[in-house]
Design a protein around this ligand. Sequence first.
Ligand code: HEC
Ligand code: HEC
Ligand code: HEC
Ligand code: HEC
Length: 194
Amino acid sequence: MSTHRLVTLLFVASLAGATFVLVRADEPHSEPRSQYVTATKCKRCHSSSKIGAQYKVWLESKHAHAFLSLASDSAKVYGARKGVEDPQQSPECLKCHVTGYGEPADHFVAARADSEGVSCESCHGAGSGYWKKSTMADIASGKAEGSKFGLLLPKETCANCHNEKSPAGTFVDWPADSAKIAHPIPKGYTPEPD
Ligand code: HEC
Ligand code: HEC
Ligand code: HEC
Ligand code: HEC
């Protein structure tokens, strides 16, 4: 008896169909707003090569240096054009070069961590609601919906900073530019038992 193997490839355009809803604190009846916990919280579990070393990939990316680069010579040139004396102190620059700029103090578990530059939570959303292991695992397995806990898979958020208002002049070409910052969980990854 001959065996016919039928290989069916399913391309599920789930991401394309997904919509992400940011819950804002100023809306009545909304959930308590998530707070920024900083990238050091993510580091604990996203450092091993087994899970994809997201922390390391980010740390070596330009996003992690976005605050430092506001002290560079070209930063001074851009600053001068805008009448900005110290880019590391100016809202004109900080709003796209650090995480959570302009948000009230109670959106941060501790204080705003400017030296982290554009960190995980700039793209994935403030982490206090989702960073705990059990929540993270439920989201990854599909048992819980990430957006309910403030976790975003962030295609939409790039343009918050990559837009014509950047003096460096930039646009994000999706997916080419997301490939430049890619940090996937490897296929076949299984979480460590507790
Ligand atoms: C206590 C450990 C832990 C911490 C802390 C943690 N994560 Fe995770 N995270 C995981 C694990 C484990 C997975 C993958 C689970 C799986 O695939 O089974 C994951 C998955 C993810 C995913 C993929 C979710 C999806 O829908 O596929 C994102 C995005 C993520 N984490 C971002 C973050 C960010 C940002 C932080 C810091 C604010 C963070 N994580 C902190 C353990 C953690
Ligand atoms: C609207 C968001 C936005 C604002 C506002 C902004 N930047 Fe940027 N900046 C970006 C983005 C996005 C990039 C990345 C450009 C790229 O590599 O495509 C960048 C890159 C840079 C770089 C590194 C690249 C280079 O050309 O040297 C410097 C330095 C810089 N910006 C300085 C500044 C200064 C100084 C200010 C304030 C006067 C400022 N930026 C305001 C978004 C912004
Ligand atoms: C500049 C934005 C940006 C930053 C900063 C960022 N990420 Fe991501 N992250 C993304 C994008 C984009 C994806 C892919 C989402 C998609 O496929 O739609 C992603 C995916 C992930 C995934 C899921 C991978 C998978 O295979 O399911 C994890 C886990 C993750 N990020 C963790 C982190 C952690 C931890 C940090 C900080 C150490 C971080 N990210 C920083 C944009 C970012
Ligand atoms: C909070 C603002 C912010 C967000 C959100 C953001 N970026 Fe950036 N991005 C920057 C800044 C600022 C730089 C330049 C950092 C520097 O050189 O100082 C940059 C640099 C980059 C670079 C250049 C890296 C290199 O190695 O040349 C790429 C690619 C990039 N971003 C892709 C993305 C993508 C894709 C997303 C969305 C998933 C995203 N960014 C979201 C602010 C942001």
